[in-house]
Design a protein around this ligand. Structure first.
Ligand SMILES: Cc1cc2nc3c(=O)[nH]c(=O)nc-3n(C[C@H](O)[C@H](O)[C@H](O)COP(=O)(O)OP(=O)(O)OC[C@H]3O[C@@H](n4cnc5c(N)ncnc54)[C@H](O)[C@@H]3O)c2cc1C
Length: 384
């Protein structure tokens, strides 16, 4: 499509993705297996370190470059969920880590020697109300002793490090509910079996997500990122990047569905003519294109604000909402355009349909975005 940013990066990602076609993803999906070879290829090509500054061994590019990488993976029929967090989870170390922490971790993350792609925030009893998390890190000498539970922590089994948000002051003793939470960098290689238990959760899509149980896990106090008690603020910073990048994945999904539906509607003959000649078939495809294009402008705008260091919470949220709705509309349209064949595994439509549905719930659900816009932009009264 015309005027796309980073044409060289896009072309290179398309070439790489072509080595991992539908049958590769389908086989993994059936087994709920991790895309090890795909992640290794992306790592080797340097696409997962585009956001790390050059002084630490990355490409030093802005968020829009990362968005282009993820969009192309999704447009090609693949899925970035196995590794997208390797791109942005390091942001919390980059923005809030000490100079020593940056020197120790960032070059190895950039080289792919360390995988930092687990991000532990959500808990079963807190849901979206993050201030209600209860996983607690108690200071004992040079260590924090962590107890609690996390749910939906993706890629925990495929990460060397995890950014963990936990309470260091109980909610009712903190000055505000959002105070008293801290970020610890947990070395999974040392933690598993010594206070950390990881249990995979099988879901409707292949996502390597898990439940974590912490039972007196000892984490060195040196692994605290930034100031104690300020963790919620650090995590929020990173969430804007995450939302914009996930929105780019939705744009890639929408393009995949539009490409597939257009091609099929041009070729499939019913009643002696291509089904795409019927306006009842072509209008939904055109509508999906309009919605995707509008959402793409919002994603580009949010990425530009993020790169300029401007506040972009509202724009990141709106981009994610618009893009996830565009991809879901396109998914439904594409399935309908394919008739019965849309349900056949070998077309990859039903797999992508399941995959793209996630984005209306994670990493933040649509209602919570609408609530943000209603109260922060439109000055409507808060409901909670
Ligand atoms: C496959 C998968 C992978 C994930 N990976 C990670 C990960 O790696 N790390 C991590 O920390 N988390 C992860 N998550 C968690 C994800 O961020 C949450 O599922 C998401 O934020 C929604 O929270 P919840 O599931 O607790 O829903 P809840 O907060 O329980 O909400 C349930 C529903 O109620 C609605 N709702 C709640 N309160 C209100 C309100 N006041 N007004 C209107 N509607 C409301 C919500 O919009 C939602 O639709 C993942 C989730 C999934 C499914």
């Amino acid at each position: 499509m015309a005027n796309e940013s980073f044409p060289e990066i896009r072309e290179a990602v398309r070439r790489l993705s072509a080595r991992f076609p539908g049958p590769y993803w389908r086989a993994l999906d059936r087994e709920r297996a991790y895309p090890t070879e795909f992640v290794a290829a992306l790592t080797e090509a340097g696409f997962l370190s585009v956001l790390i500054p050059e002084e630490y061994g990355g490409s030093g590019l802005g968020l829009a470059a990362g968005a282009a990488v993820l969009e192309e993976i999704h447009r090609s029929g693949g899925n970035g969920a196995g590794c997208h967090a390797q791109m942005y989870t390091m942001g919390v170390v980059l923005r809030h880590g000490s100079p020593e922490q940056k020197q120790v971790y960032l070059p190895k993350i950039a080289a792919g020697e360390l995988r930092l792609q687990a991000f532990g925030v959500t808990e079963p009893d807190a849901g979206t109300d993050t201030t209600r998390i209860t996983t607690f890190a108690r200071r004992e000498g040079d260590t924090y002793v962590v107890n609690g539970r996390k749910l939906w922590i993706s890629r925990a089994e495929h990460s060397d490090l995890m950014v963990l948000l936990c309470r260091t002051t109980p909610r009712d003793q903190a000055a505000k509910p959002s105070d008293g939470m801290s970020v610890l960098l947990v070395d999974m290689r040392e933690a598993v079996g010594k206070g950390l238990t990881i249990t995979p959760v099988r879901t409707m899509l292949n996502h390597a997500t898990t439940e974590l149980a912490f039972d007196d896990l000892a984490v060195p106090a040196a692994n605290l990122i930034g100031a104690k008690g300020q963790g919620f603020r650090y995590i929020l910073d990173g969430m804007n990047a995450e939302r914009i990048l996930i929105a780019a994945e939705c744009i890639g999904d929408a393009k995949f569905f539009i490409d597939r539906a257009s091609a099929y509607a041009r070729e499939r003959q019913v009643f002696g003519r291509p089904i795409g000649q019927n306006q009842g078939v072509q209008f939904p495809i055109a509508r999906a294109y309009v919605q995707m294009t509008a959402a793409q402008h919002m994603v580009d705008h949010a990425a530009a604000l993020f790169e300029a260091g401007e506040p972009c919470g509202t724009e990141a949220n709106m981009a994610k909402l618009a893009a996830s709705e565009a991809s879901w509309y396109a998914a439904d349209m594409c399935l309908q355009t394919h008739g019965g064949f849309g349900f056949a595994e070998e077309f990859d439509i039903e797999r992508k349909f399941r995959e793209t549905r996630l984005y209306q719930v994670a990493p933040i659900s649509t209602n919570l975005i609408l609530s943000h816009v209603a109260t922060h932009v439109l000055d409507l009264p808060k409901s909670f």
